[in-house]
Design a protein around this ligand. Structure first.
Ligand code: GLN
Length: 535
């Protein structure tokens, strides 16, 4: 068996350069050459995982099939590679320290003084190599969060330095920087890049490949200069120019020969390695870029000021729109500002409405207003998690006539708790855990819309929630046209509701957005967008 190769992606100059996209693009290109690849993210913050972070802090919390609450970059990795990630694919400083402190308390360090070097760095290296040790992957691509020079990222860079020595040719460092354009001087400036490569060198790490983020093409002359100043071969200085869609990036990086340079540097004979087959990817990008007619979709949610809070939903809608040959015109609508008085004005030009996930009370009334409007006006509507829960409450209030209906999460004193903590769910909550997290099986009702959409009876989808549909209301819902078309059979929990006689009105307790990928867009989103464009 060949050794696993480790590639590190670091970033300099500023944050938000898109390291995750470059790491995922490289992963895609290597995968398209037939290699087995996984991407990992190391996050230098002290939270043990991002589960408790407010979405405004760090964007969406992504959930892996094994129920890990993870950084949203794992979403990019899955969407690009179409391969599931797990808990081991995302590690934070908090988790590293927690592991080390647990070992210290157990006496594993045999009385030694526990220090950043070697104990923290050893734990970091163990978490990186864990992905490669099983022999499942030819390449492990590890993205180091943060910017070189930050105090927080020092132990990670030091671990990379050590691994470079231990792994030799099986280790490679890709450094991403920014080349600003000074409009007044009409010049691209490489000084920040030089400084950030130096900062890396000061920590003992020499970059092998430099990817320069830029808004303008970088000439051969500038590349030569950067190569000279930064101790990097000229062929290994490449640009990543701004593009309208992140899905262009792998194709651009292929043109820059990122995969070829990586493989050559890691000792592969390019003659014996097939070129990356990006046919289905390219077809998707063409659909995306060539679509002329628009589909107008609104996401109604409480975190819309930061679109990253709905990253996976937005990407799923992009996939599904391209699949339907439509250009996505997205409107993010703050649910706090929506009411029965203004809902028609705000939503009348919209073809389809997604009512977003969320926690807590804020913005609920706006979600009810949007749902009532969609339900009464036959507008395709997809409710996700809290969106499905609000769908249930709105239906109970306005169709079944329970004016006081609510979710226990919003009103703990309600007696008409259409959404509640269910006795049944205790079977599946992990010991001590208070949320249903990760993938659970769901059985679809034959003859239902969702059965038709998925084209099968048994599915599995990812969850992240505490509350459930209250089974006491199930019969009454079904008698009045809202059928429970997806069930968790083991624990008798409602996973999907759908309104009969409506153009498209479906609520799902799970998060389909976590599993939509470029090559396999999620069927629910495809069907929802299709309904939205049907006249
Ligand atoms: N607040 C809801 C719950 O905990 C839904 C959470 C969500 O939308 N992810 O059940």
């Amino acid at each position: 068996m060949k050794d696993t190769k480790y590639i590190f992606v670091t970033g300099g100059v500023t944050s938000s350069l898109g390291k995750g996209i470059i790491a995922a693009s490289l992963g895609k290109l290597l995968q398209a050459r037939g290699f087995r690849v996984t991407n990992q993210k190391l996050d230098p913050y002290i939270n043990v995982d991002p589960g408790t972070l407010n979405p405004y802090e760090h964007g969406e919390c992504y959930v892996t099939v094994d129920g890990h609450e993870a950084d949203l970059d794992l979403g990019h990795y899955e969407r690009f590679l179409g391969v599931e990630t797990h808990k081991a694919n995302n590690v934070t400083t908090g988790r590293i320290y927690q592991n080390v402190i647990n070992k210290e308390r157990r006496g594993d360090y045999l009385g030694k003084t526990v220090q950043i070097i070697p104990h923290i760095t050893d734990e970091i290296k163990r978490n990186i190599k864990m992905l490669g040790n099983k022999g499942d992957f030819d390449f492990v691509i590890t993205e180091i969060g943060g910017t070189v020079g930050d105090i927080e990222s020092l132990p990670y860079i030091e671990s990379v330095r050590q691994l470079r020595w231990e792994l030799g040719k099986n280790c490679l460092i890709v450094h991403l920087t920014y080349v600003p354009y000074l409009a007044a001087a009409k010049e691209l400036k490489t000084k920040p890049t030089q400084h950030s490569v130096k900062a890396l060198q000061e920590q003992g790490v020499q970059a092998d490949i430099l990817v320069l983020r830029t808004e303008h093409n970088i000439s051969a002359e500038i590349r030569k200069k950067v190569a000279l100043f930064c101790n990097v071969e000229q062929s290994a200085v490449m640009q990543s120019i701004d593009v309208p869609s992140i899905y262009r990036v792998p194709l651009n990086m292929q043109e820059e020969r990122l995969d070829e340079v990586v493989l050559t540097k890691m000792g592969y004979d390019l003659e014996k390695t097939p070129a990356a087959d990006m046919k289905s990817w390219t077809a998707f990008v063409h659909n995306l870029e060539d679509a002329k007619e628009e589909v107008r979709i609104a996401i109604v949610g409480k975190y819309v000021q930061l679109p990253d809070a709905y990253k996976s939903i937005i990407e799923s809608l992009i996939h599904a729109s391209a699949y339907n040959n439509r250009k996505l015109k997205l409107e993010l609508i703050l649910s706090d500002k929506l009411s029965e008085e203004n809902v028609e004005k705000k939503l009348q030009k919209i073809d389809g409405i997604v009512v977003a996930p969320g926690f807590g009370q804020r913005g609920m009334d706006g979600k009810f207003a949007a749902l009532k409007y969609a339900r009464e006006n036959n507008i395709p509507c997809l409710g996700i998690c809290m969106g499905m829960q609000t769908m249930s409450v709105e239906f109970a209030r306005n169709v079944l006539g329970y004016a006081e209906a609510n979710s226990t999460e919003i009103d703990p004193d309600t007696i008409y708790n259409v959404v509640d903590i269910m006795e049944e769910q205790k079977n599946i909550l992990d010991l001590g855990g208070s949320m249903r997290l990760g993938a659970y099986k769901c059985k679809l009702k034959k003859g239902s819309r969702v059965y038709d959409i998925y084209g099968k009876e048994n599915i599995s989808e990812r969850h992240r929630h505490r509350y459930e549909f209250n089974n006491a209301f199930k019969d009454e819902f079904e008698k009045n046209g809202m059928i429970c078309s997806g069930m968790n059979v083991e624990s008798n929990l409602v996973e999907i509701i759908e309104l009969q006689g409506h153009k498209w009105y479906v609520g799902v307790q799970f998060h389909p957005e976590y599993s939509s990928t470029v090559v396999n867009p999620h069927p629910l989103f495809i069907s929802f967008v299709k309904a939205a464009i049907e006249k």
